[in-house]
Ligand binder design. Sequence first.
Ligand SMILES: C[S@@+](CC[C@H](N)C(=O)[O-])C[C@H]1O[C@@H](n2cnc3c(N)ncnc32)[C@H](O)[C@@H]1O
Length: 211
Amino acid sequence: MPAPEILSAFESAKGFMPVKEGLALYEAAAEAAKLGLPLLEVGTYCGRSTILLADVAREAGVMAVTVDHHRGSEEQQPGWEYHDPTVVDPEVGLMDTLPTFRRTLRKAGLEDHVIAVVGRSPQVAKVWAGELGFVFIDGGHTDEHATNDYEGWAPKVAEGGLLVVHDVFPNPEDGGQAPYRIYCRAIESGAFEEISVTDSLRVLRRVGAGI
Ligand SMILES: C[S@@+](CC[C@H](N)C(=O)[O-])C[C@H]1O[C@@H](n2cnc3c(N)ncnc32)[C@H](O)[C@@H]1O
């Protein structure tokens, strides 16, 4: 359980992670951090979930790494359901969530525990060589993006490490199916086994090789 000031920073941060799922994310990250390897998130947005991973990283003496191009997903663009006009850069006319993210982390006192990588997930995955104790996939929700995130990052989860997927909706009436499809793929691979379900947050452990 995060300390009250961390929970309060998380709750007041802009973003998309509900509290119940955030607490499950925190618990999973704390368990995975025992491996002593970095914790990685795909999909920083304004740093709401990053606060939790950063706090776990601080406690465990590891680093949290968070990857985002900071230009927003499809559904966050102007005219779409999740658009927030306050995170548009007026000079270039595009979304830019990086300044808000940096302020969020600064306010929470967690800057020293996070490496923020600004880039496209598949390109970052290609140059990331090391093993990870924890991978949290909360990036683009199209099949193309979710598949790239799975194929790019799941192979880097160490034996015993955790792969967490957000927005997994088995029923299409509840939400898009791309995260559900990568979740199914992970289970069907035999390389991952489910250890917890909290609303749309699925926590899987690596129990075998491959993806
Ligand atoms: C749902 S939001 C993340 C929410 C965040 N985890 C939170 O707790 O509020 C998804 C983020 O993924 C980023 N994103 C989408 N596709 C991406 C890609 N291919 N590479 C890097 N970031 C991507 C978007 O810019 C957006 O900020």
